[in-house]
Ligand binder design. Structure first.
Ligand SMILES: NC(=O)c1ccc[n+]([C@@H]2O[C@H](COP(=O)([O-])OP(=O)(O)OC[C@H]3O[C@@H](n4cnc5c(N)ncnc54)[C@H](O)[C@@H]3O)[C@@H](O)[C@H]2O)c1
Length: 135
């Protein structure tokens, strides 16, 4: 049976919409799909914003606590669609929790931040990528 990957998307704004659409459409374009992304939980800064993103983008659950979400055992992928100032903090926490990571561009605010993120994913041995226009 095809593996299901539970996605926790942090940030339910403009790019969150694009990523949610991609998760829904991915198996229609790549078939047989190596894995099926499941829109498990979306996180935003307030419960109300998260719930609105959940309803709009088709996620199962909503949360306003990204720290709790990245540590959930039922989350496989953390998809960071927040503003740039919190990419590093979320990515490093997600890597330490053993989650695979997709992070929106620009990856970080400084080279030092980007290096710390790279060190964290290498140490954790997780798969990681930066979202770019068509990737
Ligand atoms: N790949 C591309 O072509 C492309 C295009 C536009 C934007 N981006 C990038 O995508 C990222 C998001 O941009 P956007 O345009 O979607 O912004 P946006 O403001 O529309 O969405 C960001 C969302 O994150 C939420 N958020 C902020 N801080 C948070 C936190 N601490 N925890 C949880 N949620 C939080 C906001 O409330 C908002 O809903 C940025 O890094 C931006 O540079 C990439």
């Amino acid at each position: 049976m095809t593996k299901v990957m539970n996605v926790a998307m942090i940030g339910g704004g403009f790019m969150g919409k694009a990523h949610a659409m991609a998760y829904a459409a991915m198996p229609m374009f790549f078939w047989p799909a190596p894995a099926i992304p499941h829109r498990k939980v979306v996180v935003d800064v307030t419960d109300g914003m998260a719930e609105e993103a959940r309803r709009r983008y088709g996620f199962e659950e909503a949360s306003s606590d990204w720290r709790a979400v990245v540590n959930r055992p039922d989350v496989d992928v953390v998809d960071i669609c927040t503003p740039n100032n919190v990419h590093a903090e979320i990515a490093i926490a997600a890597a330490k929790a053993g989650k695979h990571i997709i992070c929106e561009k620009p990856l970080a605010r400084t080279v030092e931040e980007a290096r710390a993120m790279h060190d964290a994913v290498k140490a954790a041995g997780v798969i990681h990528m930066v979202a770019f226009n068509y990737r």
